[in-house]
Design a protein around this ligand. Structure first.
Ligand SMILES: C[S@@+](CC[C@H](N)C(=O)[O-])C[C@H]1O[C@@H](n2cnc3c(N)ncnc32)[C@H](O)[C@@H]1O
Length: 235
């Protein structure tokens, strides 16, 4: 992971970098909770690239009945997530704590057991860091494989805008957002971070998700270039 986003500074810096970050996990969980399969009580839900646990905390709050699998190859991020979830259990009621069943897996989604089957999945700000050299397709294919037919993935990612006369203004606005949010990371850290990002446009995303086994992506929200999609695994 790029220097500006190490696990100790992650929760502060990500909010200063990503417009609407505070709402992403809440929206993603609410969208999946309304999906045909994951709306059922006790659904199995995969949080792919859980990082420091934002989606897990939100899932715990909105759907304590979900059987959660949290997966991330970065051991330090997973440790922070486990600590945050443990703390939230201490702060909550014993009944709520008992209702939480999280399976923690320190690996990539691509390494998931072929037998793993989920009713729904969340992937927030993960695909953007994978190169479009087969890595994005491998990640999306693994997610499609792990879902029941008709299961949905909520995918939130930084997208590359299709060419627009407003693009320069949007980029300026993003910098303005970061400054106004108090981002103090050194320029070289931010440069390193942006070099680790591989955003793609909607046409490329559609081709990749179709090849992976999903129907066309449905755009459900957008804040500057951060977009949220619902993807349904083909039946
Ligand atoms: C920018 S963080 C996002 C974390 C969290 N979803 C959030 O919104 O705060 C991206 C996370 O994806 C993880 N990641 C990267 N490649 C992955 C893969 N192939 N499978 C699962 N997780 C991955 C990274 O380790 C990192 O913790």
């Amino acid at each position: 992971m790029a220097p500006a986003l190490n696990h100790s500074s992650y929760d502060l810096v990500i909010q200063q970098l990503i417009p609407g970050y505070a709402s992403l996990a809440r929206l993603a969980v609410a969208l999946l909770a309304a999906s045909p399969l994951a709306s059922a009580t006790g659904s199995a839900v995969l949080v792919a690239g859980c990082g420091t646990g934002a989606e897990l905390l939100e899932a715990r709050s909105q759907r304590p009945d979900w059987q959660l699998t949290a997966i991330d190859p970065a051991a330090e991020m997973l440790t922070v997530a486990r600590q945050r979830l443990a703390q939230s259990e201490l702060d909550g009621s014993p009944a709520a704590a008992e209702a939480i069943h999280i399976h923690w897996q320190p690996s990539t989604v691509e390494e998931l057991d072929a037998q793993a089957v989920f009713d729904g999945a969340l992937s927030v700000l993960v695909l953007q860091s994978l190169a479009d050299d087969g890595a994005k397709l491998a990640f999306l294919s693994a997610l499609a494989r792990s879902l029941r037919p008709g299961g949905q993935l909520v995918l939130v990612d930084l997208m590359r805008s299709e060419r627009s006369p407003l693009q320069a203004q949007v980029e300026q606005a993003w910098l303005g957002f970061q400054r106004a949010s108090g981002l103090t990371a050194a320029t070289e850290d931010l440069d390193a971070l942006s070099q680790g990002l591989h955003p793609i446009g909607l046409a490329r995303l559609t081709a990749l998700v179709n090849a992976a086994g999903f129907c066309d992506p449905a755009l459900v929200f957008k804040a500057l270039d951060v977009e949220g999609f619902l993807l349904q695994r083909r039946a």
